[in-house]
Design a protein around this ligand. Structure first.
Ligand SMILES: [Fe+2]
Length: 392
């Protein structure tokens, strides 16, 4: 028997070439605050100018906030909100990847709520205040990774405490997400891989957490894992392959967003986010890749059949001598095929002695207990062991 819970209210406009429809769709406001990253990439690629022109055709005003950092910060959100208030914006747009979109979501919360952003973070030093409403959010996605376009999360870093915390509430589901894989054709290979593995882990972690409860999660995860296995190496090899970009975008932005809307990821993500909070220059996907194999070796004992099923989606027959290792073997193969097995903590400036601090913060600040549904909770010692075994 199975159950279904579903709430995925974002209007999704998905498909190659569909950015154009921004000129005539009904938008949820009259004046947009547009969030883009400080590196000027959206302008260099001409995407920002195209969006501004399409909004003009749609008789919608816009103001650009172009100071979003790679791991978006609370300070960045505060600055975006100040600009939106000064300019009288009534909705927020995120153009780009997770950083811009998550900044837009957090800014949308603070545009209509009192106090400080951190009052509303629900883990760590956050005040855990309830978010009842937010200004409307519209996204234009240019990456295939986070799933934030179609889910109710945003992740923001507070630099003074090195915390990278989640805000999760139905009010920040985007009202509209335009997901046009043509915008992804110029993504560099390394980013394509970081984001593609991030998507794979969303799908796999939700499959584990779900444990066959909600049938939709199973369907979304399976199709997504199959798509990433087939198309990520193709997209990495030839970024201009539109079929590969369409399939990766479908897996990451649609299926990955939906699975995360319906159920939580595991402490793999909590550990990765903690690394990202302490070492903000490391891309989110890379933090997950660094620890993936050892993490799954540690936890596959709890649900070996789920791990062998996921290995099957990735084309590997289960080995009865090593129950649960199907996913780990298939993941190892995909990491090697894409060169991502070479990533090392040391190249990103993490020292072996940092492992204990990361483990402590993972369990005591980021909030592992809220996430995992394993029969026993991972301890700081478990996380430290995963980190140390991963270290090179
Ligand atoms: Fe992620």
């Amino acid at each position: 028997m199975f159950t279904i819970d579903n709430y995925t209210p974002t209007r999704v406009i998905f498909g190659a070439g569909r950015l154009q429809e921004l000129a005539r769709m009904e938008l949820p406001g009259k004046k947009a605050l547009i969030c883009v990253t400080e590196d000027g990439l959206m302008e260099k690629l001409g995407i920002l100018q195209r969006v501004l022109e399409l909004l003009k055709q749609n008789h919608t005003e816009a103001v650009v906030f172009d100071k979003v950092q790679p791991n978006p910060t609370k300070d960045g959100v505060d600055a975006a909100v100040a600009l939106a208030k000064k300019e009288g914006c009534d909705f927020v747009m995120g153009i780009g990847g997770g950083s811009s979109i998550d900044t837009a979501k957090a800014a949308a919360v603070m545009l209509v709520n009192e106090g400080d952003l951190w009052d509303y973070a629900y883990t760590g030093t956050g005040g855990k205040k309830e978010i009842k409403e937010a200004a409307p959010v519209v996204t234009v996605t240019t990456t295939a990774g986070t799933g934030t376009e179609t889910d109710p999360y945003c992740v923001i870093t507070r630099t003074d405490t090195s915390e990278k915390l989640d805000f999760a509430v139905d009010a920040i589901f985007p009202k509209i997400s335009v997901i046009d894989p043509e915008l992804m054709l110029t993504l560099p290979t390394t980013l394509t891989l970081y984001q593609g593995f991030d998507a794979l882990f969303h799908l796999a972690e939700c499959y584990i957490t779900n444990n066959h409860e909600n049938r939709l999660v199973d369907i979304y995860s399976e199709d997504g894992i199959r798509a990433v296995t087939k198309w990520l190496p193709v997209a990495a090899e030839d970024g201009t392959n539109l079929e590969a970009r369409v399939n990766m975008s479908y897996a990451a932005n649609i299926l990955g967003g939906y699975t995360q809307s319906l159920i939580n990821c595991t402490s793999h993500h909590i550990t990765g986010q903690t690394i990202g909070g302490l070492f903000p220059k490391i891309a989110h996907g890379a933090t997950l890749i660094l620890i993936a194999k050892e993490y799954y070796k540690r936890v596959c004992r709890y649900f070996p059949e789920l791990f062998d099923e996921m290995g099957g989606f990735m084309g590997l027959e289960p080995d009865s001598q090593k129950p649960g290792y199907g996913f780990i073997e298939a993941l190892s193969k995909l990491l090697a095929e894409t060169g991502m097995d070479k990533l090392s903590m040391s190249e990103f400036g993490i020292r072996r002695e940092d492992c204990a601090r990361i483990a402590d913060m993972t369990v005591n600040n980021t909030g592992i207990a809220d996430m995992d549904r394993y029969p026993e909770q991972l301890t700081a010692a478990d996380i430290q062991e995963i980190l140390e075994k991963s270290y090179k």
